[in-house]
Ligand binder design. Structure first.
Ligand code: AMP
Length: 174
């Protein structure tokens, strides 16, 4: 499997969820075991020597690869969820989306200042969601933040919204 073959397994859905958006549907890649192995191995090679202590998945499409990579790196998985979903005490950040305000949360005891954190989501579009997630993780005073996506939509220039000390890597670019 190479990048072009993986791209052939990603489906474009026109006008989803709203008119004008070309939605990159990764479910067609996730159902192919060779694509899953490609994602797992490429991510592992990127992060195996970075001393990462926790992997965070962003609800909900970030919950697919993050635990798989966490197992391979032998580190724990932590979920970032939308407001009201986590049961214990939380820390939160609110951010502006195209339509209104969204809030994401982490459990207060999820991270500590000795952690080296890898944040993962399936796709980087404008970067709003992941930027807010980085802000949330910074509140814990962690040592270092890495950010990973399976797919990056380069033309939206989402990576420009991040602080320069955050390392961002995407496996596939459009
Ligand atoms: P953003 O905050 O704009 O970077 O949006 C990222 C989130 O929205 C990710 O969790 C993606 O799953 C989803 N998303 C945004 N645009 C698309 C797209 N064109 N195709 C697939 N998912 C998208």
């Amino acid at each position: 499997m190479n990048i072009e073959e993986v791209k052939n397994n990603i489906r474009d859905v026109i006008d989803f969820p709203i008119k004008g958006i070309v939605f990159k549907d990764l479910t067609t890649a996730f159902k192919n075991a060779d694509c899953m192995k490609f994602f797992e191995n490429e991510m592992y090679n990127l992060y195996k020597d970075k001393g990462i202590t926790k992997i965070i998945g962003i609800e909900s499409r970030g919950f697919i690869m993050a635990p798989i990579l966490g197992n391979k790196l032998n580190i724990g998985f932590v979920p970032i969820r939308k407001k009201g979903k986590l049961p214990a005490e939380t820390i939160e950040v609110s951010y502006t989306k195209e339509y209104g305000i969204d809030t994401i949360q982490l459990h207060k005891d999820a991270l500590n200042e000795n952690d080296v954190v890898l944040l993962h989501d399936d796709l980087l579009a404008t970067g709003g969601t992941m930027k807010a997630a980085c802000e949330l993780v910074r509140k814990f005073g962690v040592k270092k933040i890495y950010v990973n996506f399976l797919v990056e939509l380069d033309f939206l220039k989402g990576r420009e919204v991040f602080d320069s000390d955050i390392q961002i890597d995407s496996l596939i670019h459009y």
